[in-house]
Structures are given as structure tokens and as C-alpha cells.
Design a binder for this molecule. Structure first.
Ligand SMILES: *Cc1c(COP(=O)(O)O)cnc(C)c1O
Length: 367
């Protein structure tokens, strides 16, 4: 009764702030009784998923009582063909977050250091602290990763480095040249994790495909996800690509059935639908143009982004977030990412983008 259970938790956990997700649609519905809600808060695909996914999900239902394939044989085979990498280099995760956590649990011991950038994805410090590691946050440069400074932050105690390319919530990215320089500068004993959650959206010519660097850099791990362009966020499935040795280590720590059967079947179906991917890219490209232009028209500055979202600056982010909520539009405040005047908006359909921009215009005009 008098036990302070908080004091029993590991030191890293005691000071941990939980991940704050985008506000769920149902929650806002409960709070405000609104019927029509536009969620542009979690970088989900506004088109949903490929129609082939729902057919695949129906087929799994007849075996709902069975455990999934714990090794994900069929999904790994499909990914292996899709990516042109051997199956033994693939780690499936309950979302790619799971793979990020596996990396920390596999390589980071008490007081080991983990390097990542200011404004980077919130999960990096989270998984680091949860295993007792020491987060080393390197100041950003124009909101983007400063890879030279990150390389310089490596010490004898560094075990992991996380690079989000592009980064969430800033949408900033690093080119092939600087990434190769970083990989050359960092000692091979440091595992470099290249988080490519938005890989499929990026169309810049100089944007590096991390998979092409794996051969030359055995300490590199590339992670990707089905949550973003493939539209399977609710099912939780992502993957890591690494050497067979690192993959084997991750596999020892992994929960035996971390990716459920629905997620596996849906991911296989999603990989086959090239038309859906192309359409998603097109909608994103046009929506990005629409939003960037709309924000400019409202005299708001935005961080140039290559993802499916854009972070822009406003005078009173908390108030504007709230006023958007009242109009049934959910975006994402990014104060916890060290951007107190920022709001991140996911690229929606043309219609959703229009509604968002006109609501923002009204709010800024004081209506
Ligand atoms: C969304 C996101 C992920 C992936 O999340 P999962 O749903 O767990 O696959 C990983 N990294 C970044 C930077 C992201 O924005």
C-alpha cells in the first residue's frame, strides 16, 4: 500500500514521456459530437489501402483460430522478390517501430549511447531510454539532420545511430553524398539505422535508396513500413533489412508471433498492387503542391518536405490546433519535437486539403 512502484521502475522508464499519437477520429467525435471529421494527423494514406487488401483479409478469417506463421515465410518471400534482397536479411515487425525497438533491445546495454538528431522521430529516444541507454541528441541544421555533427558525436560508447530519411515531422532528407560520407566516417561497430518509412513517396533524384548501401556497409540496417504509402497502419506491419548476422540477432529478441496473419496477408496483397502505389504517389505529389501553395498564399512559412506531410509555422500553434479541432480537422502539434510554433499536416485528398486550407484561412482571419 505504501510501496512507490514508480521508484521500482528502471531509471530510464521513470523519466520516459509516452509517445503521443495523432488524435483518433472517434475521440474527437466523442468530445465534440461532430459528424464529419478530417484526420490529417498521422501521415496515413488518404486513399486507404489497395482493394486487393480487403480480399486478402477475408481469406484469412477462416483460420482466425490459428497462430500466424511466426517466421512470415510468404511475406518475406514476397518482400525478397519486391526488394531484390535475400529472405535471410529480412526482419518483420509489428510496425517498423517494433524493428526500431528490437534494434535497441539487441544492441544497447545500460549507459550505451544512441545518437539521433534534434527534431527526429520521437521513437528513437523512447526505445533508447526504455532499455537504459543514453540518448545523444545532435542539434539539427535548418530542421534537418546534420550528419557531420552526428558522426562527430560518436564515442566509444555509441552503439546505435538513428537517421530518419526523410525525417518525421520535418520532412527533411539527406542526399546520397552526405549519407555515404557519414557511413565512411562512422566506425563499423556502430549500427546505423536508416529509417525509410516514407521511402516510396520520395521523388528527388539525389535521394539514396538505403538498400543499395547494404553491401558495402555491414553495420547498416534499413527499416521501412506498410503503414504509410501502403495504407496498412491499423494492421501494424513493417520490416528491417540488414546483414544475415544482424538479422539473426534481431530474430532472437523478436516475439515469436509479432506480426499477425491479417497483417502478413494484407502486406503481400499490397506489394502486388503497383497501380495503387502509383496513384498514391500522384495524389501526394499534387496534394503537396496544393498545400504548399495554399500555405504560401496565407503567408505561412513551411519546412520543405519530401514526405506525405508538411510542417508549417504559425504564431499560436496550440490555439490554431484547437480551432481546427472545433472545425473537425485534426492536425499534429509538434511542440514536443522542439518546434513550438509548428503544426504538421498530412497530405490528404484534394478535397480534404481544400477544407483544411479554408478552415485555416478563416481561423487566421479571426472568424
Ligand atoms: C510512421 C513512421 C514509422 C513507422 O511506423 P510503423 O507504423 O510502426 O511502421 C517509422 N519511422 C518514422 C520516421 C515514421 O514517421
Amino acid at each position: 500500500m505504501t510501496t512507490d512502484f514508480r521508484a521500482l521502475a528502471r531509471a530510464g522508464v521513470r523519466t520516459l514521456a509516452p509517445y503521443v499519437p495523432g488524435k483518433p477520429v472517434e475521440e474527437l467525435q466523442r468530445e465534440l459530437g461532430l459528424e464529419r471529421i478530417i484526420k490529417l494527423a498521422s501521415n496515413e494514406n488518404p486513399l486507404g489501402a489497395s482493394p486487393a487488401v480487403s480480399e486478402a483479409l477475408q481469406r484469412v478469417w477462416k483460420d482466425v483460430g490459428r497462430y500466424p506463421d511466426g517466421n512470415g515465410f510468404a511475406l518475406k518471400a514476397a518482400l525478397s522478390a519486391f526488394l531484390d534482397v535475400p529472405s535471410e536479411c529480412l526482419t518483420l515487425g509489428n510496425g517498423s517501430n517494433d524493428v526500431l525497438e528490437l534494434l535497441a533491445r539487441t544492441f544497447v546495454d545500460h549507459d550505451d549511447e544512441v545518437v539521433f538528431s534534434q527534431h527526429a522521430f520521437a521513437v528513437y529516444p523512447l526505445v533508447t531510454q526504455a532499455v537504459g541507454g543514453r540518448p545523444v541528441m545532435v542539434p539539427a541544421q535548418d530542421y534537418g539532420h546534420d550528419l557531420a555533427a552526428m558522426a562527430a558525436a560518436v564515442t566509444d560508447r555509441t552503439r546505435l545511430m538513428f537517421i530518419a530519411n526523410p525525417n518525421n515531422p520535418t520532412g527533411t532528407w539527406v542526399g546520397r553524398g552526405v549519407l555515404e560520407q557519414l557511413l565512411a566516417a562512422v566506425p563499423e561497430q556502430v549500427i546505423v539505422v536508416l529509417d525509410e518509412a516514407y521511402f516510396e513517396y520520395v521523388e528527388e533524384a539525389d535521394y539514396p535508396n538505403g538498400l543499395t548501401l547494404l553491401d558495402r556497409h555491414p553495420n547498416l540496417v534499413v527499416t521501412r513500413t506498410f503503414s504509410k504509402i501502403f495504407g496498412l497502419a491499423s494492421l501494424r506491419v513493417g520490416y528491417g533489412v540488414a546483414s544475415a548476422t544482424i538479422t539473426d540477432l534481431l530474430n532472437r529478441v523478436r516475439q515469436p508471433f509479432n506480426v499477425n496473419a491479417y497483417a502478413q496477408a494484407a502486406a503481400i496483397a499490397a506489394l502486388r498492387d503497383n497501380d495503387f502505389l502509383a496513384e498514391s504517389r500522384r495524389v501526394n505529389r499534387e496534394g503537396m503542391r496544393q498545400l504548399a501553395e495554399g500555405l504560401r498564399t496565407l503567408n505561412l512559412s513551411a519546412i520543405p518536405s519530401v514526405g506525405n506531410f508538411i510542417t508549417f509555422h504559425v504564431d499560436d500553434a496550440a490555439r490554431i490546433y484547437d480551432q481546427l479541432l472545433r472545425r473537425g480537422i485534426i492536425v499534429r502539434p509538434v511542440a514536443s519535437y522542439d518546434i513550438p510554433d509548428g503544426l504538421r499536416v498530412t497530405i490528404g485528398t484534394a478535397q480534404e486539403n481544400r477544407v483544411f486550407l479554408s478552415a485555416l484561412e478563416e481561423i487566421l482571419a479571426g472568424h
